[in-house]
Design a protein around this ligand. Structure first.
Ligand SMILES: NC(=O)c1ccc[n+]([C@@H]2O[C@H](COP(=O)([O-])OP(=O)(O)OC[C@H]3O[C@@H](n4cnc5c(N)ncnc54)[C@H](O)[C@@H]3O)[C@@H](O)[C@H]2O)c1
Ligand SMILES: O=C(O)C[C@H](O)C(=O)O
Length: 329
């Protein structure tokens, strides 16, 4: 291994997603088959032993690209020199918890982590927030890191993007690899809007190919938007391997670029594009190149899409107001 290892921090490393994610990072699927990685695992103190168990299994896998593993319950240590930060650990909603309680509990996690990233991460740090509510958790972390360029803080809607690809492929009898330019707009929540009006299937417009607005409104959109809840209902636990897969996809695309003529979906700080209020972390169509991303510009938004984008963006604005009122941003 001649290259300096890339430091990758994973929070919530002993959780379900962590277990599905770490082995794929160590095998080179996150950054590439020639990029050595050093893993930093952050957990809460009671879960350190479980994280150590996972680290033992990582050792036992003898991954040629894995140059070392550090385990800690201190964010300042976990984010020291980190190049890629995957913020997975979060406080789940429990019975009787109001939305405000959930945001406040997560503020207690993401604010100090944002500050630790601000104070200790490498200059080129890229942050992906997976832990829910992902968009607003990313906003909280970003607000606590004024010295890090805001655009380095992103949240994950790639799982929604991948879910939408498969639903559309099934409906049209095509392969997921035939589909390009699909977009998830807004929040990683049930208000998200999977948009196929600019998508193409084997070069033909997807909405025209489907030609079934009732299916779009009553089947496709709710199936994608409520898929997380459907998985919880079926498994008794939230999606883990598919979420880890999407996290790998998100960072891999961010670092290595989108294919020519295609784009992906990432929740990123809005620059005001498409009427989305500046600063909220909302999902957009983005292209990536050379380790940076750009929001795709100039798409025509029809009335069907406008209503749905606005509804999801309104939810994000409300979440921003709620965390502002709690003093979290
Ligand atoms: N954005 C998405 O598409 C998406 C998809 C699936 C799941 N999720 C979310 O990802 C999160 C993790 O899911 P999971 O199934 O791995 O949950 P999990 O409960 O199995 O694991 C979470 C882990 O985070 C740890 N943790 C809690 N607070 C922490 C802190 N302050 N610092 C470090 N670690 C901490 C816990 O100890 C636990 O090990 C959840 O919020 C879930 O809702 C998001
Ligand atoms: O953890 C959840 O609430 C669901 C998760 O965000 C998912 O989309 O699978």
């Amino acid at each position: 291994m001649s290259r300096t290892p890339v430091n990758v921090t994973v929070t919530g490393a002993a959780g379900q997603i962590g277990y599905a994610l770490l082995f794929r990072i160590a095998s080179g699927q996150l950054l590439g088959p020639d990029v050595p990685v050093r893993l930093r695992l952050l957990e809460i103190t009671p879960a350190l032993k479980a994280a150590e168990g996972t680290a033992m299994e990582l050792d036992d896998s003898a991954f040629p690209l894995l140059s070392g593993i550090d385990i800690t319950d201190d964010p300042n240590v976990a984010f020291a020199g980190t190049n890629v930060a995957l913020l997975v650990g979060a406080r789940p909603r429990t019975k009787g918890m109001e939305r405000g309680d959930l945001l406040e509990a997560n503020g207690g996690i993401f604010k100090p982590q944002g500050k630790a990233i601000n104070d200790h991460a490498a200059d080129d740090v890229k942050v992906l927030v997976v832990g829910n509510p992902a968009n607003t958790n990313a906003l909280i972390a970003q607000a606590a890191a004024p010295d890090v360029p805001a655009e380095r803080f992103t949240a994950m809607t790639r799982l929604d993007h991948n879910r939408a690809l498969t639903q559309l492929a099934k409906k049209t009898g095509s392969a997921v690899s035939d589909i390009r330019r699909l977009t998830i707009w807004g929040n990683h929540s049930a208000t998200q809007y999977p948009d196929i009006f600019h998508a193409e299937i084997a070069g033909k417009n997807a909405a025209e190919t489907v030609n079934d607005e009732a299916w779009l409104a009553d089947d496709f959109i709710p199936t994608v938007a409520k898929r997380g809840a459907a998985i919880i209902e079926a498994r008794g636990a939230s999606s883990a391997a598919s979420a880890a897969n999407a996290a790998i996809d998100h960072v891999h695309t961010w670092v290595n670029g989108t294919p020519e003529g295609d784009w992906t979906s990432m929740a990123v700080p809005s620059d005001g594009s498409y009427g989305v209020p500046e600063g909220i972390i909302s999902s957009f169509p983005v292209t990536t190149s050379g380790g940076s991303y750009e929001i795709v510009q100039g798409l025509e938004i029809n009335a069907f899409s406008r209503t749905r984008i606005d509804a999801s963006v309104q939810e994000l604005s409300d979440e921003r107001e709620a965390v502002r009122a709690l003093g979290l941003i």
